[in-house]
Design a protein around this ligand. Sequence first.
Ligand code: PEP
Ligand code: MN
Length: 678
Amino acid sequence: MPEPDAELLSLRNRVNDLDQRIVALIAERFRVVVDVAREKAASDATIRDSERERQVLAAVEHVARTQGAPVNLVRRIYRDLLAESVSRQVSSRSGVQREVALRVAVRGEHSFGFLAAQKYLSARDVDGELVVTPSYQAAVDALKAGEVDLAVLPIENTAAGSVDETYDLLRENEVSIVGEETSSVDYCLCGVSDLPLGAISQVLAAVDGLEQCSRFLQTLPNASQILHFDTGAAMRLVQAGGDATHVAIGAAEAAAAHGLVVLRRGIANHAENYTRFVVLARHPVAVELSAPCKTSLILIARHEHGALMRSLGVLAASGHSMTKLESRPRPGRPFEYMFFIDFEGNIADPRTADALDDLRSTALHLKVLGSYPATSTRGDAQPGDATPLIPPADTDVPESIAPPRPATKASKNYRLAGRGARSDDTVIPVGNLLIGGAGFLVMAGPCSVESADQINATARAVREAGAQILRGGVFKPRTSPYAFQGLGWEGLELLAAAGRATGMPIISEVMAVDQVRRMAELVDVLQVGTRNMQNFDLLRELGKVDRPILLKRGLSSTIDEWLGAAEYILAIGNQQVMLCERGIRTFETSTRNTLDLCAIPVLRELTHLPVIVDPSHGTGHRAYVAPMAKAARAAGAHGLLIEVHPDPDKALSDAEQSLSFPEFLSLMRSLQTVAPVS
Ligand code: PEP
Ligand code: MN
């Protein structure tokens, strides 16, 4: 290498000197910020002061303009500085452990996610080991398996929009959002040494780089594009390959780490390119009340006119501003949507907890993904002031979208299940049917699925007689361990096939926590049997799935205990619960149980949830099923659950109470003559 001339040397020395002064000033700024934080903590002031941040940004932009510095660059640097100050203050107040090294999963070495994870850790002064995974799914799997403590995934990019895969992973997996990191994504063209663009023969990059820089790449006349698994691998190849006409795409930091020089900056399709990443952990974190905080959730709106607006109205009315609303298709329900909502609020704040309760009763399903320190504002994610999607907190919310709150008899065992939380009846969609409200329907089928022939014949017969939902037990809670225990998963396949063949949704009993997810994929309604009404772990797990639940009354449970059990499911998030009266234990022995028909009007008064009656288990005798079914309809039930078998006397379970096909047909006919007594 030739000796640099004296003039160049002296210029470089001046640059070195300036760099030292810049870094020394940044260090001094952070020392002052520590004092500011101490003052704020002493007066319990909130950490984030958006007005002050705006003033700081405006002031430095003004200086940049008058001094001839690039305004965009200065704004970017200052946004990072401010975000770093806030996160340092948050972690110093919430006492984040600094001494432990965290393992953090990211997709791809030296990807922007990799850099965001580094930034997240350094802002908290935490040592970390980054674990590179081949996909976002693999990062979440490593998290769930306990191989890493955190996973950092991109959630939205200002140019490319939302990252659908991350949203789907959040829906499908039990993980919590515990942080966010917004990074400016400045794609650079990097090589071993400077060369004219026309001389470039190969561009090596990961898939996002090729996609997000597609326009620039089209302007390279002689370059072929080579896809690499990650930026790190692409850069290593360029460095080791010894061909100066091969270049890579990635962050300037990645180039520096691989000894490459930046040939061209800002080559992404859009100049202001930001990505917001979410930091995931296995469990939620508690965030200091004084820290700026966001909460993310997944909401499925009810099937009612204006339901989504009512939900958003709850947030507006309680003074929570929404920072993001994103819709995704609802799996298994074509042309229905679920909504991902971010808003400024903290679950630990009673005001937010109350708003979430109200939100639950406006929704069919609500999953809280977590509350976490906010490091981005709307301005960060989308430069320029976004128009608010909902009325600001201080505008009056019209009556029609305010949550209903009539007074009613209250019990401390339940809130969401009570009429106080919701005066309108809950209506639950199952396939094309609606359960609850003014509707009435019949679910029928064998106590147990016994064979393909048995379930197919029964499905056809009950369908023809007018039943709308097919029942069939495959996991049977039998009093004796020697009695028929059900066909298990194979039986469920038979039930599902019979349902498909006759066009009926299916219902079947779930007995254990570890059956819930798999069963929810296969059945339309999950039944909780009488013996499991207070299996609280099971109820909590059912609160997490997006499937209607039929909760049978415990055989010696009071209505208050029963509604308390329903509340377990509602409180976790699933609002699609119907109650099924199936008889209780009394001193009476002439029937198997005592069917408590009085529970119907009591429930209709106390709760908005649909009420179903099962006269088969309620009586235990074939002959009494029809009269009790008619009485249940007359008393205001929303539906019936009836056991039917092709050859009742040979049924492997509950033979005495099962109806034959002709008996069921005659019951269905006689039901038509009954009108609810209002
Ligand atoms: C059933 O429906 O087959 C059943 C077992 O019901 P229960 O839980 O009401 O006894
Ligand atoms: Mn039964």
